[in-house]
Design a protein around this ligand. Structure first.
Ligand code: NAD
Length: 355
């Protein structure tokens, strides 16, 4: 695919794509979840009027519901449901996957790997339905884990996925699904686009229950400690692990730009922030937003993933002249406010979107 990477850098976004009408059908899967839910809202706000949102969760459990959007509750690991999901679609964004933070993906590898059924059936159904563009949400977990043994990591470049040594279960599923997208482009001519997300956080995401990622989990712990007066926090690992975290608004904007850049056809690209943060720093930022200081203890037996991971944004800068830029402090301030509201509502016995 290297020859494709070197071609023109012309791109638009959905709203300015001359081949996409505002009433063309856009299908988003995993739309009851965090990122896809925000993506549906984004397209709605951009003036698209024919949106179909699909997820296997029952509707009351969806994180966001956008007025006027067709919602289908279907299990996309079954082919017949994928055929129905893409019927009449011009563009398909496949974000459905069984996933969660480290606690989930280290424990439930079978569930993570079974997501391959979703992308397999979605690709074939989209191809048969003649969709114009197909987007696949891959992950930084597809990268070679041997390059991520040190908290002072060299940021990961797109070429670092091979030789392959992905995260067991979840990462291998992503790598294999990426390749399937690439072959549908190479062999069958369907336009596929692949972004490797690095940790995404923000409002309307999982904040409790076991699938939440570090920013939401730590924010919730800080809010809870403040509320209960028990000013202590348990941190998974030794606190030195590093990651970069991308704010949700950057993520949905990036998805749109990548999907409409023909020079990125079937070419995996990093979509992540390059601001490297240690878990200890994350806790300090959450504490300072909450105006509290907690006594820290470290659970060295808890799941913690690779030692360090960052996104090298040289390629996305070159191709799109853009990279996710929301500072972690700004993004976490908005996320903190949202989680705090959820926390207060739940305590008052109100139904919250996520628990
Ligand atoms: P999420 O769990 O909030 O959303 C995923 C949604 O997919 C869920 O609502 C789930 O019900 C749905 N789903 C799972 N199996 C399904 C099935 N068989 N049929 C239909 N729907 C099904 O996760 P998210 O954070 O919004 O992630 C979206 C995508 O981005 C996933 O593919 C994920 O692997 C990828 N990703 C996310 C992150 C991140 O930091 N959040 C990082 C890397 C990659």
């Amino acid at each position: 695919m290297t020859n494709m990477m070197e071609s023109t850098h012309k791109f638009s976004i959905a709203a300015t794509d001359p081949n996409l009408e505002k009433d063309d059908l856009i299908v988003v899967t995993g739309a009851g979840g965090f990122i896809a839910g925000s993506l549906v809202r984004y397209f709605h706000d951009q003036g698209f009027t024919n949106l179909r949102a699909v997820d296997k969760k029952p509707l009351p459990e969806w994180y966001q519901r956008v007025p006027g959007v067709e919602c289908l509750c279907m299990d996309l690991s079954q082919e017949k449901n994928c055929i129905r999901a893409v019927e009449g679609a011009t563009e398909v964004y496949n974000l459905a996957a069984d996933m969660g933070g480290m606690g989930f993906i280290e424990r439930f590898r079978v569930e993570c790997m079974r997501s391959i059924l979703i992308n397999t059936h979605m690709l074939e159904s989209a191809y048969r339905a003649g969709v114009q563009r197909y987007f696949f949400s891959s992950s930084a977990c597809a990268y070679n884990t041997q390059l991520q043994q040190d908290p002072n990591v060299r940021a990961l470049r797109e070429g670092d996925a091979y030789p392959a040594f992905a995260e067991r279960g979840y990462g291998w599923e992503k790598l294999m699904s990426e390749m399937m997208c690439q072959e549908y482009t190479a062999e069958r001519g369907m336009k596929t686009f692949i972004a490797r997300f690095h940790n995404v956080y923000g409002p309307n995401g999982t904040w409790d229950g076991g699938r939440e990622k570090a920013p939401a989990a730590i924010t919730r712990k800080v809010i809870s400690a403040k509320d209960t007066g028990k000013l202590e926090i348990t941190i998974w690992g030794d606190g030195h692990q590093t990651r970069s975290y991308m704010y949700i608004e950057d993520c949905v904007k990036g998805i749109d730009m990548i999907m409409h850049c023909d020079a990125l056809l079937a070419t995996p690209i990093n979509l992540g922030s390059s601001e490297l943060i240690s878990v200890n720093e994350l806790v300090s930022i959450a504490e300072s937003i909450g105006g509290v200081k907690l006594e820290r203890s470290y659970d060295l037996n808890a799941p913690r993933g690779v030692a360090g991971r960052n996104s090298d944004n040289t390629f996305i800068q070159k191709m799109l002249g853009w990279e996710p830029k929301t500072s972690f402090r700004d993004g976490l301030t908005k996320t903190y406010a949202w989680i705090e509201q959820q926390y207060v509502d739940r305590k008052a016995g109100k139904r919250v979107v996520i628990d």
